[in-house]
Design a protein around this ligand. Structure first.
Ligand code: 9MR
Length: 348
């Protein structure tokens, strides 16, 4: 079957033209396994790097950077006509071991050097970059809601603006994304984070920081994520009103609170995908929907949030045999609904 023939049955065909791209996080091990790389090509029109592009990953083996893995990922996307989303330039959890104890000055210089070199290396080849990741943590007690990190300590609160200015100068065509976790939840801390995000974006945009898009990670939990979520809706309207697009950057649905029965679990997970995507796609200009893995054997959740009964999590669109689950159909339906809506709005 030709690639076009495959695409016609794929999520990426629901996600085309005026609709968001659909993608997955990948690693280089996915590229060499034939059924897996085939599934990626079949279902996606965007890919992102799950960890191999991060600062600590690039400096994993020595003081010299090694770009072999990100080079392979970017080449895979280019050779197969997929958009590539870079993840991520500055994240407090991906600092190389050699810089955990370095002075603020040395740290700031090294962080800037990493940002400049990797942005320049892939300039013109990426659809978008997560420039900074998880910069807010209201529980850390600052008035501006910023997370206390080495980046903040070494460079002060201007570090976010600096990162975006540098990235924009080196790769003017990439959409620059500020990526955040926990904006999508229903508890009071999430609302505090949403308020802090609005204030941060207003501050940065008013001083000309070239943020184009808000990345909403969207690691959801089935039976916890509310079907109706007026606070999230209001937040997304405010983001839209600021002229920012949205990317759903790390979507998955943990089933650790669901009953063991597989069919029931899959139904609840799919339902969570559908309600969430419908809401975000209704309120935002969504550039891409990315799931944090494509099939259930490639999820971080078994390690991070194991099910109490010990059975493996089923949080992604495909099962371990790469067969479509109800979640796949839920994503497809949400993307098609968004496409129909956008087309009717455009022709109005
Ligand atoms: O899923 C990623 C895992 O394989 C890596 O070991 C880990 C550390 O680099 O990062 C995980 O991805 C995280 C993402 O980069 C940022 N948001 C939370 C994700 C899950 O922890």
């Amino acid at each position: 079957m030709t690639q076009d023939g495959l695409k016609q049955y794929a999520l990426s065909s629901a996600a085309s033209h005026k609709t968001p791209l659909y993608g997955t996080a990948i690693g280089t091990s996915d590229l060499t396994l034939q059924p897996r790389s085939r599934a990626i090509l079949r279902h996606c029109n965007l890919v992102t790097s799950e960890y191999e592009m991060k600062w600590d990953a690039v400096f994993r083996h020595s003081h010299e950077p090694d770009y072999a893995a990100p080079d392979d990922l970017v080449a895979f996307a280019r050779d197969n006509g997929l958009a590539f989303h870079g993840h991520t330039l500055w994240w407090h959890e991906s600092i190389p071991a050699s810089h955990r104890e370095s002075s603020d000055k040395v740290f700031a210089e090294a962080a800037m050097q990493h940002l400049r070199v990797i942005t320049a290396r892939y300039a013109g080849q990426l659809h978008s970059w997560d420039v900074v990741n998880e910069v807010l943590e209201p529980a850390h007690g600052r008035d501006d809601g910023l997370r206390g990190t080495r980046f903040l300590n070494a460079m002060g609160p201007d570090y976010i603006g600096i990162a975006f200015q540098e990235a924009a100068a080196l790769d003017p065509n990439a959409t620059l994304v500020l990526n955040e976790m926990g904006l999508e939840y229903a508890h009071p801390e999430a609302e505090r984070k949403r308020r802090a995000m609005i204030a941060l974006l207003e501050r940065e945009l008013s001083r000309g920081t070239p943020i184009a898009c808000l990345g909403i990670q969207s690691h959801l939990t089935a039976m916890e994520q509310p079907r109706h979520h007026p606070d999230l809706r209001a937040f997304l309207r405010e983001i839209d009103g600021m002229g920012l697009s949205v990317m759903i950057t790390e979507l998955d649905v943990s089933d650790h609170l669901c009953p063991r029965d597989r069919a029931e679990r899959d139904r609840v997970v799919a339902d969570t995908y559908r309600a969430y995507l419908d809401l975000v796609l209704e309120e935002s200009t969504v550039l891409a929907v990315t799931t944090w893995g494509l099939s259930d054997d490639r999820t971080w959740l078994n390690a991070f949030r194991p099910r109490p009964d010990g059975s493996p999590q089923r949080p992604l669109p495909l099962d371990r045999a790469l067969r479509r689950k109800p979640a796949w159909h839920a994503i497809k339906a949400a993307l098609l609904k968004a496409a129909a809506h956008r087309n009717s709005t455009i022709s109005d």
